[in-house]
Design a protein around this ligand. Structure first.
Ligand SMILES: CC(C)(COP(=O)(O)OP(=O)(O)OC[C@H]1O[C@@H](n2cnc3c(N)ncnc32)[C@H](O)[C@@H]1OP(=O)(O)O)[C@@H](O)C(=O)NCCC(=O)NCCS
Length: 429
């Protein structure tokens, strides 16, 4: 028996039967409900898409109440413990784990596409000395579409595949150069002998040494962070990628829209905001006054709360563990003590408990990034590099989904109608 919903329109007394498929009803079926033949169909009002599914997807599963996150069915805890970022990227894009041969080819291809055209370097160097690295990343990934005009041919599977490899390969190069730029240091070319994450660290930190040798514990911690950020279903930046991608634009342009969305403080910018908040608090004795301010609505406790997770964000647990590993190498930070104390208080305080506000992925990631000597402006770039395979997997799914249409939401018009225009020359006479 098919499940359905019976709706009675009290304006007309008419009853409608609306099919329920996968726990959802189709908005188009609601649109058939009309107060009269010449009246517009009923619509749903959902600013922020709080309860609206925009697609069917088989990439990432989240159960926000239970704190579950799975990529292609594999729990995030297992992937973080035993996989690598590139293997997770393969999994997200291809839908299943690679064989040894598939993995080797994938890693080889990504490694050999890390270089960018020299002109990319030239225009990146043209940014102001204090350009925000996210602005540089957004512009330069979008600009890659001009280097690969064939990327506009999104209906060709081989073409899609090569652009995906290029983007995963080149994001660390663009990200690292945006970092070097702010420091007035020469850009470092990729070192294809190193792993993906070790090469990224090399492009960030290499100076005069012939070969950069990163601490393997830091490589592992950063790789784990990239895995934890790799996808998160229909969040704001993925929605931006899908929305822009729905116009059938090339994937570089679609991903640059994702980078733009991630830049916002309520999304990827939150870890930067967390660190600034911890520094402003400065001392554990200031925490009670700070918490009072949050409860009075003066500001938010950054790194707490999530649209989907209404229990502990599973990524936050893993990041807390990675933070401990990093601090073993770098030495601890007084800000960690403030963070731990804030978390302890917030987890017991009725205000936070009642609203189901728990630490999210950004609460501890900023501390790790700081310990690795990244400036706060750079944190979101790391998030973007991690999220790139997720954006691309979602984009790929979109391009093959027959149900998808150009994203074009409805509105409820609240403005004036039918006014008579008087030219400026008469109005200002
Ligand atoms: C992530 C976030 C945008 C989700 O927002 P949301 O699902 O729309 O939740 P709402 O804004 O409706 O908040 C629900 C209630 O909790 C409160 N709240 C939410 N996050 C809060 C926070 N971090 N600190 C204090 N109060 C918070 C709201 O004030 C609201 O309270 P009210 O019901 O008394 O008005 C929000 O929790 C937030 O701003 N967090 C801080 C920024 C952050 O860490 N972002 C990273 C996300 S990964």
């Amino acid at each position: 028996m098919t499940e359905s919903l019976t709706v009675r329109d009290n304006r007309t007394g008419t009853e409608y039967e609306v099919p329920i498929v996968d726990g959802t009803i189709r908005a188009a079926d609601i649109g058939k409900i009309k107060a009269g033949e010449d009246q517009p169909g009923l619509a749903v009002y959902d600013p922020g898409f709080v309860n609206t599914a925009s697609c069917r997807s088989s990439i990432t599963y989240i159960d926000g109440d239970k704190g579950i996150l799975e990529y292609r069915g594999y729990p995030i805890e297992q992937l973080a413990a035993s996989s690598s970022f590139l293997e997770v990227a393969y999994l997200l894009i291809h839908g299943e784990l690679p064989t040894k041969e598939q993995y080797d080819t994938w890693v080889h291809n990504i490694t050999y596409h890390t270089f960018v055209h020299e002109n990319v370097k030239d225009f990146m160097q043209g940014f102001r000395y204090d350009a925000h690295p996210m602005g540089m990343l957004m512009a330069s990934v979008g600009a890659l579409s001009t280097f690969y005009p064939e990327s506009r041919n999104i209906s060709d599977a081989d073409n899609r595949a090569i652009q995906i490899i290029r983007m995963i390969a080149k994001m660390p190069t663009l990200g690292a150069w945006s970092f070097r730029h702010a420091q007035g240091k020469p850009y470092v070319y990729p070192d294809n002998d190193l792993s993906y994450t070790a090469n990224f660290l090399s492009m960030l930190f290499k100076m005069t040494e012939v070969k950069y040798q990163p601490d393997e514990r830091l490589v592992k911690a950063l790789d784990t962070l990239l895995i934890l950020h790799a996808d998160h279903e229909q969040n704001a930046s993925t929605n931006a990628v899908r929305s822009v991608g729905s116009t059938q634009v090339d994937p570089y342009s679609a991903v640059s829209a994702g980078v733009a969305a991630l830049f916002g403080p309520l999304h990827g910018g939150a870890n930067e905001a967390v660190l600034r908040m911890l520094k402003r608090i400065g001392n554990a004795s200031e925490i009670p006054a700070f918490i009072e301010g949050v409860k009075n609505g003066n500001e938010r406790l950054m790194g707490f709360g999530h649209r989907v997770y209404k229990s502990y964000d599973p990524r936050a647990k893993l990041i807390k563990k990675a933070a401990e590993d990093v601090f073993e190498v770098t030495g601890t930070s007084p800000l960690l003590d403030i963070a731990l104390e804030l978390e302890k208080i917030a987890l017991e305080d009725e205000y936070f408990v009642k609203r189901k506000l728990y630490p999210n992925v950004d609460f501890y990631s900023g501390l790790i990034y700081e310990a690795l000597e990244f400036p706060p402006e750079f944190f979101t770039v790391l998030f973007a590099i991690g999220r790139t395979p997720g954006w691309l997997a979602q984009w790929l799914e979109l391009t093959q989904d027959k149900d998808q249409k150009i994203a074009r939401p409805k509105q409820i018009y609240t403005g004036e109608r039918g006014l008579t225009f008087t030219p400026a020359s008469e109005r200002w006479a």
